[in-house]
Design a protein around this ligand. Sequence first.
Ligand code: B12
Ligand code: SF4
Length: 458
Amino acid sequence: MKLTLIKPNFGISMPDSNGSTKYVDEGRMEPLQLGVLAGLTPEDIDVKFYDDRCEDIPFDEETDLVAITVETFTAKRAYDISKEYKKRNVQVILGGMHPSLIPEESKTFADSILIGDAENIWLEIIDDAKKRKLKPVYFSKPGIPQPDSFTRRDIFKNKGYLPVSLLQFSRGCSYSCNYCAVQTYFNQKCYTRKISEVIKEIELQNRKILFFVDDNIVANHTYAKELFKALIPLKINWFSQGSIDMTTDYKLMKLMKESGCLGNVIGFESITEKGLKSLNKNVNLHSFSKYKNELEILNDYGLQNWAAFTLGHDAETLDSINQTLDFALQNKFCFAAFNILTPYPKTELYQRLQAQNRLLYDGKWWLHPDYRFNYASFIPKNMTADELTEKCFEIRKKWSSIPSIIKRFFNIKTNLLNFRTAYIFLRYNYLFRKEILKKTLRDEIMKTKTIILRKTNN
Ligand code: B12
Ligand code: SF4
């Protein structure tokens, strides 16, 4: 039997000045979920993998089952790929966050979907596919990552990914931020993998830089400390994602640093109490002092963190967005993301905006032909959707400007701590600046095209 695994591109690919529709992505990473599926697949099955972000899919290549991983922002493209295979009478199954959250939509686009994690049900799916008898819907609960199974990384070779191995220690998070699909999917629970299996997974690959794609690596401080202790002898470097309450636990921070942590993606989201309340980001609200204490601690450990902000909530104004940029610059973060609040299906945020009649693009931005990723898809309270989009583009450009990079470089506690931290800062800030400039150019081309189209239609 032949199995084809596919990572789709973003929903709506915009052609750039050369006519290419490939997603602008200077730091593309391996799609772990497909390495996990390949690892669960029996050895006698011939596995092929295509990443639609960077290569063409050979639709006419012979295959018996196509398995596509789907997030909301890749759903439209995933459905188009599925249609191509259906034309060729090939069986298609969709899985991942989007089909799990909104199965009623996804099941109309493929022979079969999986709601939930693959680990306990993948062999049954393979068996049914061999007999060409896929069920329309498979169910499996979210749970512990990869019990007794390891990722197959050979499928990722020669595709130009960043030289970083992705892996998981835990899945899920116990907090309840209202815009987050993870809290909907995992129902505020967290599942932790056996530490011995994490160590074996690390030993089975040969990279020294790892990305734990956990939703919140410090969701359980006790388990996290056990993991960090076990990582120390391996002499690796790693980064992950974690909630800011990590700074309340000195022992945790110390072990994190000793185990080779370079930094974490940390959801700051908003710099105001009102903003955090509007996002239900309670984890950031304990004795809120505009992150003064937390930042001191993070700096003391020399971590190069990635501050994530979510802009456009009901307490946001154009002014507060400017202040968020100022805050990030003053604190000389190594990296930052300024994301537009986006209503993902089945989240509390989505349901509230829907009830208030504030969703744009017919309530399904991910399928709408006019929607472009990273644009506001709802009506904000204190500005228009276009103003929110434009403002975010503006501050992303300022964040990646040369004066900003120079200013942030001079953080002696983190970016200038040693030769390695300086190298990481310069290498990745250069990469992200390149990406932002390319995306801005593409956006400007698209804006001009839209204006010309509107004029022609009138
Ligand atoms: C790692 C990660 C990233 C990495 C991507 C790395 C990469 N490889 O390219 C980075 C940091 C770049 C990233 C970026 C973004 N991400 Co992200 N990311 C994740 C995260 C934390 C883990 C995903 C992962 O690898 N998990 C490990 C694998 C093994 O687990 P899994 O994906 O759940 O897969 C299992 C099952 O779902 C199932 N399965 C999955 N696919 C398939 C397919 C088939 C056929 C079958 C049968 C089963 C199956 O089997 C797997 C094993 O059980 C998820 C959170 C999450 N828990 O899913 C968010 C998540 C996917 N991201 C999200 C978002 C919103 C984004 C951004 C848009 C954020 C932003 N505003 O910029 C960007 C998108 C940009 C981009 N270029 O992709 C949302 C998506 C919501 C949604 N409804 O789709 C999530 C769910 C986070 C959240 N809090 O809501 N992300
Ligand atoms: S802390 Fe992060 S992963 Fe947890 S619910 Fe909030 S946004 Fe989601």
